[in-house]
Ligand binder design. Structure first.
Ligand code: 5AD
Ligand code: SF4
Length: 335
């Protein structure tokens, strides 16, 4: 069978797609050179913002056109978008928890495989999220927080530590892992010529111990992705983020104190409901003050079922976009 995996969204999806790819290759299948040549097209999807959702839906529509010409073609849609909504006219539809079952549904048995020697390895440490940031659909499509058993994490780590150059520990909020600094310290003391990274951190659960561990062990990379989302207390509260701008700046200060060459990246949402020009200017000021190495900037996207979607004072789309464009420009100049 010739297959193509189309992956969208976060690092956790990158990891799932890589595992499916490996299972299918191990079963003797090959990667198709084009959609037209494929016997199976697997969409590993994302629905965190409407732009992602619409793009994926249009790609699925194209695959469905191919299926009309070639009825043998199997279309699988897995991951967050299929957990969110029904998608008609496809062969396999699986949510996030059973995404790996796509291998079996395509007629293969899932079996434990030694990981490919890759220079970058990803290891899930938690699944799901129950923080319910008011704009976010993730808790609805990825479910409640589940902690991966330590034996599984260790086993996967041991398999990659001698071949991988970079190892990423993954979770929607890695700081929700019980005693995360201890896990980090333990893994950072293992043999192997790797750098250890982790994604994403949540400022509300970020433990100063984590900074100490990062500073202490040379195998931990000096980079951190700490989504701020916005630099204005009024909006942070509406977002249900559970920290203030002062709390956030305090973490940044301590990071830079203990790790002077730290590389800090963030995510910012522009035009959240109720955000006035003044609120946005506060975010601009905060971003200018902190001087991030990089910022991923998104116009706010309404997600059905979330609290923010029903809030009053929705900001017009063009204002959301204009603010995002302005902030991107400020970041570009600063960097
Ligand atoms: N609108 C815009 N951006 C969003 N994100 C999550 N949900 C939304 C939304 N509804 C952004 C956040 C998060 C990143 C992965 O996506 O900044 O950190
Ligand atoms: Fe979404 Fe907030 Fe959970 Fe991140 S922490 S996945 S933004 S609900």
């Amino acid at each position: 069978m010739k297959f193509i995996i189309k992956n969208y969204g976060c690092q956790m999806n990158v990891n799932t797609a890589a595992k499916i790819n490996q299972q299918l290759l191990a079963a003797g299948h090959v990667v198709a050179e084009s959609d037209e040549q494929a016997d199976a097209i697997i969409f590993n999807t994302c629905c965190v913002r409407n732009t992602a959702e619409q793009k994926i839906l249009s790609h699925i529509a194209l695959a469905k056109q191919l299926k009309q010409k070639n009825p043998q073609l199997k279309i699988a849609v897995i991951g967050c978008l299929s957990a969110k909504r029904k998608i008609h006219g496809v062969d396999i539809l699986l949510g996030t928890e059973d995404a790996m079952n796509v291998v079996e549904k395509l007629g293969e048995t899932l079996r434990p495989l030694p990981p490919e020697p890759t220079s970058t390895a990803y290891i899930d440490i938690t699944y799901g999220c129950e923080n319910y940031c008011s704009y976010c659909i993730v808790p609805f499509v990825r479910g409640k927080l589940r902690i991966r058993p330590i034996e599984e994490i260790r086993a996967e780590f041991n398999q990659v530590k001698d071949t991988a150059k970079d190892i990423y520990l993954l979770g929607q909020n890695v700081n929700a892992y019980p005693n995360f600094p201890q896990l980090l310290a333990k893994l950072a003391q293992q043999s192997g010529d790797f750098k250890l990274h982790f994604l994403s951190s949540h400022p509300k659960d970020f433990d100063i111990e984590t900074i100490k561990v990062m500073a202490k062990y040379p195998k931990i990379a000096h980079d951190i992705h700490l989504p701020m989302q916005c630099g204005c207390d009024k909006i942070l509260k509406l977002m249900n983020r559970k920290y203030t701008v002062a709390d956030y700046k305090n973490i940044i200060r301590q990071l830079r104190e203990l790790i002077p060459d730290i590389h800090i990246t963030t995510d910012i949402i522009c035009g959240f409901p109720g955000e006035t020009d003044e609120d946005f200017e506060e975010t601009v000021k905060t971003v200018e003050e902190i001087k991030f190495s990089a910022a991923y900037i998104f116009p706010y996207s309404n997600r059905t079922g979330t609290v923010a979607d029903k809030m009053e004072n929705q900001v017009p789309f063009r204002t959301r976009k204009a603010r995002a464009t302005k902030l991107v420009e400020i970041m570009r100049k600063m960097s």
